[in-house]
Design a protein around this ligand. Structure first.
Ligand code: F6P
Length: 333
């Protein structure tokens, strides 16, 4: 099929995620393989406003599949959220002769894409944007999986395993805060993987007595002398949880906030492979001229969804993993 797409842009936006580089690489390499020119837009949407872009060849993305972060940098652009800022971005799109853009990021990135596409449409021009979901939070409603989540989980698990060594030696309680913004996917997945004593997530109101105190006491009765409590940042502050444990259980916890270490590191095979498949699919969807789409995974398959409809989708609470967690943290250890 002779596509009308001759030149595309690619950008990374929002919080970075391990695997973004793999997605950028796949977009560039797929475009080149189809005779499409590729322009790297730096620092998210602000790169269009500031004409901050670079021609991308196949060699531009060599040796990056294993690197965390994003070679295109990322930023959140308040100016782009305004029509005047988008007008500057539209001028850059015209200057570059872009037929489409692949935007790698989260919900905010995709909402910006829709606003840009609508505003361009008002000027009689056409530009499709295809989004690739990349955030360690795994909190994008239309996709079962988002790039970076597996790597962040493994980073957190590795850190908490190290914490367990010293907590075991000193027979202490560790309270660990993980990222996830307003979602508890990271905490749930990591909590199960490290055999946490208790896990607090924003999707379930915290009943401190039931969710923390009783679980520590039950573990102690079962003979355990150290305890690992995982807290999603959206469920509360690890320092406040630790203070309440000290007051209500009478032990003196140590607090670790993993923070941005969860955003770095070499992406896992799952993130590299998923990002590569998504980047490949994004270019093909642009070539098919299907309009603004989001590439998503559903039951392990890579699909593309209408962007507006996709942004209105919500993920059901992961009751299966929550039930597993409840069973494994209520048995004492
Ligand atoms: O969305 C990814 C994320 O790492 C969240 O988990 C976290 O709350 C937020 O970004 C931190 O944002 P920033 O990097 O701007 O501090």
């Amino acid at each position: 099929m002779d596509s009308q797409v001759k030149r595309i842009g690619v950008l990374t936006s929002g919080g970075d995620a391990p695997g973004m580089n793999a997605a950028v690489r796949a977009v560039v390499r797929t475009a080149v393989s189809k005779g499409i020119e590729c322009v790297g837009i730096r620092r998210g949407w602000s790169g269009l406003i500031n004409s901050d872009f670079v021609r991308m060849e196949s060699s531009s993305v060599s040796h990056i599949i294993n690197k965390g972060g994003t070679i295109l940098y990322t930023a959140r652009s308040a100016e782009f959220m305004q029509p005047e800022g988008r007008e500057k971005a539209i001028a850059t799109c015209k200057l570059l002769g872009l037929d489409g853009i692949v935007a790698i990021g989260g919900d905010g990135t995709f909402r910006g894409a829709l606003a840009l596409s609508r505003q361009i449409g008002e000027s009689g021009q056409h530009l499709s944007v295809v989004g690739i979901p990349a955030t360690i939070d795994n909190d994008i409603g239309c996709s079962h999986y988002t790039i970076g989540f597996d790597t962040a989980c493994n980073t957190a698990v590795e850190c908490i395993d190290k914490l367990r060594d010293t907590m075991q030696s000193h027979e202490r309680c560790s309270v660990v805060e993980v990222m996830g913004r307003h979602a508890g996917y990271l905490a749930l997945y990591v909590g199960i993987s490290v055999g946490a004593t208790a896990v607090l997530i924003p999707e379930r109101p915290v009943d401190f007595e039931t969710d923390v105190v009783e679980k520590i006491r039950r573990a102690r009765l079962a003979g355990t002398t150290h305890y690992m409590v995982v807290v999603a940042e959206g469920a509360g502050s690890a320092f406040e949880i630790a203070k309440r444990i000290q007051e209500e259980v009478g032990i003196d916890p140590r607090v670790t906030v993993l923070g941005h270490i969860q955003r770095g590191g070499s992406p896992t095979a799952r993130d590299r492979e998923t990002a590569s498949r998504m980047g490949y699919e994004a270019v093909n969807v642009l070539m098919e001229g299907k309009g603004n789409r989001i590439i998503a995974t559903q039951d392990g398959r890579i699909v593309d969804l209408d962007m507006e409809a996709a942004l209105a989708m919500h993920k059901e609470f992961d009751m299966e993993r929550y039930n597993v967690l409840q069973a494994l943290t209520n048995s004492g250890r």
